[in-house]
Design a protein around this ligand. Structure first.
Ligand SMILES: Nc1nc2c(c(=O)[nH]1)N[C@H]1C(S)=C(S)[C@@H](COP(=O)(O)O)O[C@H]1N2
Ligand SMILES: [Mo]
Length: 220
């Protein structure tokens, strides 16, 4: 039975609509009321703090590469020009860092993760992604979250090229998860079958990291 055969007021449609409103089962963007905009335990900042492992790699545009490997139909190794040639988009989203600061309304420009995945074509075996950056940082997330509507491979912030300290020339932004999942200086996206812990995930942080459920640290 296809969706358009279900009467608009059926029990299933009603509960589906309620699930959608509550964001139930969704791993992508969840719309919430203004009063719920700040996740539990977070406070709002107007500045934009810099957080990293202490190494800020200088990546020149001429040597920059983005590799997409693993369970994909087409492996990609894009240079800067090839990356710039992909359709570009804009997203406005909030940042929620596990260290309890949040920053509203950040305007990102870049390539949506969906448009990149359309080029690589994930195989059915791909369930998670493991990200590796130019500073050696790694982090992991489900493919569905990486492919969320709001997720973007950002090269600009508020109309300016993304600064080196914030991950330029290109960083990931996945706004519905804690910001440690948003790899700066992104170099490699590996589509994998079973989830694999990245740097912070091996060091006690949560494997998923939902700010709305305060998934800051792993349970064990
Ligand atoms: N490559 C890389 N990406 C990274 C990190 C890092 O150390 N290296 N730190 C993460 C953490 S813990 C946070 S909170 C955000 C900080 O991004 P910002 O410095 O732009 O605020 O980047 C994330 N992405
Ligand atoms: Mo962080």
């Amino acid at each position: 039975m296809s969706d358009d055969q279900i009467p608009a007021d059926s029990k299933l449609t009603t509960s589906k609509r309620r699930w959608a409103a509550e964001g139930k089962f969704l791993t992508g963007r969840i719309s919430r009321s203004e009063t719920e905009r700040l996740p539990p335990g977070q406070h709002l900042v107007k500045n934009w703090p810099v957080l990293d492992l202490g190494v800020q790699p200088q990546v020149s545009l001429s040597s920059w590469r983005l590799d997409v490997i693993g369970f994909v139909e087409t492996r990609l190794s894009l240079d800067w020009a090839a990356f710039q040639a992909i359709e570009r988009g804009t997203r406005v989203s909030d940042i929620h860092c596990v260290t309890t600061w949040s920053r509203y309304d950040n305007r990102w420009e870049g390539v949506s993760t969906r448009d990149l995945l359309d080029l690589a074509m994930p195989m059915a075996e791909a369930h998670h992604v493991l990200l590796t950056s130019y500073d050696g940082y790694t982090t992991n997330l489900p493919l569905a979250d990486f492919a969320a509507e709001d997720a973007i491979l950002a090269t600009a912030w508020e109309g300016q090229p993304l600064s080196g300290e914030h991950g330029g020339p290109m960083r990931l932004v996945v706004p519905h998860l804690y910001f440690w999942k948003s790899a700066k200086w992104l170099n490699r996206i590996e589509l994998i079958g079973a989830d694999r812990a990245g740097f912070w995930e091996k060091n006690g942080y949560h494997m998923y990291g939902d700010p709305w459920r305060e998934q800051r640290y792993s349970d064990d």
